[in-house]
Design a protein around this ligand. Structure first.
Ligand SMILES: CC(=O)SCCNC(=O)CCNC(=O)[C@H](O)C(C)(C)COP(=O)(O)OP(=O)(O)OC[C@H]1O[C@@H](n2cnc3c(N)ncnc32)[C@H](O)[C@@H]1OP(=O)(O)O
Length: 408
């Protein structure tokens, strides 16, 4: 009988895709089969060279089954200061329930990691299904969101409504013309935002019925010249579920929220908003915006420490020697971070460190989503003096909390 060669990782080809979809549908509780158009659009988002699969050939005589799959997208990520980084976005990681805990995930990540480094990605990103899997590979949670339930009856704005807010429901043609453009404007300016390349939009805008249950409406789009919001109504409890909210200006933010909090016959509005969103402070009763959850929405792994640290800007000037630990790869070392006028230069050094931390912790600090002081109090950053911690905290502080805005 032919031996199983679990070490062989291949890229997907046309014939593999029906099986890949089955594997991932089982792993992620997706409906199966997915619509043909959905699969075609999905494949347009990722070249086969960025897919990784492992087949079990011959364990069961005559069988050949895909037992593990993962891929990465090239996604633009906006970092503090406004640079847009080409991030390797790990996704669709699934190992068959029959083959778990035999090192398949690790083998796929090893292969992808080598490819990301060879292609010069400074960062890798992911959205994590569980909180305990990815730290071992150098990823740390880096952006969060507030899941809120908003009570429309209690949502009285402090300022009067303008005579015309310029918010309108969009026709499908208007939505297709407006939404991708406004999203790109927003993503380019927001710390932590993930841009959506052109092939991402057809599936999002198609809003196929498998994305909702029978009691939930299709997406309603509210358009503003500088923003948009997309929501569904769940008829069972008359909740409005906001799936996408983008405002490039404070005016668009306020105008869209005024409409969303005054939808007729709606008992509650559910949304995912930035942790520093101004909405509660616009209302006479901030408690109208009830935070029900604060999930991590983006994990980051710095792949190239010097390149990544030089890509973002800093909130203060100063010099620190950072000692970085890395049990997974070769990122460990001492780095001198010298910031002048908010821009860093990073060089290797043998000087004594001012602050020591694991690569996953540095990755969590990168977008400013977790403050250095929190990790220091958890003894996951060691500093040589209180002044070094103050400098580290000030350097990595950000104007706006990171907000990813896209699940992938
Ligand atoms: C970015 C994304 O796509 S997130 C989505 C991840 N996928 C899912 O959640 C779908 C359902 N789950 C699965 O498909 C699998 O269980 C996976 C992908 C999570 C893990 O795959 P496996 O092949 O079993 O993992 P593998 O055996 O390579 O384990 C690698 C390491 O991760 C650890 N690990 C794996 N799964 C978990 C888990 N759920 N929780 C904690 N640790 C885990 C292992 O103990 C192992 O640790 P070690 O190498 O340091 O000793």
């Amino acid at each position: 009988m032919e031996r199983v060669d679990m070490l062989t990782i291949k890229h997907a080809s046309d014939a593999d895709w029906p099986e890949i979809i089955e594997l991932d549908a089982r792993a992620f509780a997706l409906p199966s089969p997915l619509p043909r158009d959905e699969i075609t659009e999905f494949r347009a988002k990722v070249p086969d060279e960025a897919t990784y699969l492992i087949r079990d050939v011959g364990t069961v005589p005559g069988s050949s089954t895909i037992v593990a799959f993962s891929l990465y997208y090239d996604l633009p990520l906006t970092v503090p200061g406004g640079a847009v980084v080409d991030a390797a976005a790990l996704s669709w990681v699934s190992v068959s329930a029959t083959h778990r805990r035999r090192g398949m995930l690790r083998r796929m990540i090893d292969a992808q990691y080598a490819d990301w480094r060879a292609r010069g990605h400074p960062l890798a990103i992911l959205t994590a299904s569980e909180g305990t899997i990815y730290e071992r590979f150098g990823f740390g949670p880096a952006a969060f969101a507030h899941r809120v339930h908003i009570a429309p009856a209690a949502s009285t704005f402090r300022s009067p409504a303008p005579p015309d807010s310029h918010v309108r429901y969009g026709t499908p043609d208007e939505v297709a013309a407006h939404v991708p453009v406004v999203h790109a404007r927003w993503a380019a300016a927001r710390n932590g935002a993930i841009g959506r390349p052109a092939p991402w939009w057809p599936s999002l805008l198609a809003d196929r019925s498998f994305r909702r249950n029978s009691q939930t409406s299709g997406l309603h789009y509210l358009l503003h010249p500088d923003g948009y919001a997309a929501y569904r109504i769940d008829a069972r409890d008359r909740t409005a579920l906001i799936e996408d909210f983008v405002a490039v200006t404070p005016q668009a933010h306020d105008d869209l929220w005024r409409v969303l909090t005054s939808l007729d016959l709606i008992s509650s509005v559910h949304a995912s908003i930035p942790v520093d969103d101004a909405l509660p402070h616009l209302l006479t009763d901030a408690r109208a915006v009830g935070v029900v959850d604060r999930p991590d929405t983006l994990w980051v792994s710095i792949l190239d420490v010097a390149a990544a640290l030089e890509l973002r800007t800093y909130s203060d000037d100063g010099t620190l020697v950072l000692e970085v630990g890395d049990d997974y790869s070769d990122r460990a070392g001492r780095y001198r971070l010298q910031v002048v006028d908010g821009r860093a230069s990073v060089t290797p050094t043998d000087d004594a460190p001012n602050a020591s931390m694991d690569i996953a912790v540095l990755s969590s600090l990168y977008l400013g989503g977790i403050a250095a002081r929190e990790f220091a109090e958890a003894r996951r950053i060691d500093v040589d003096s209180p002044a070094s911690l103050t400098r580290l905290a000030r350097l990595f502080d950000v104007e706006h909390a990171p907000f990813a805005g896209t699940f992938f």
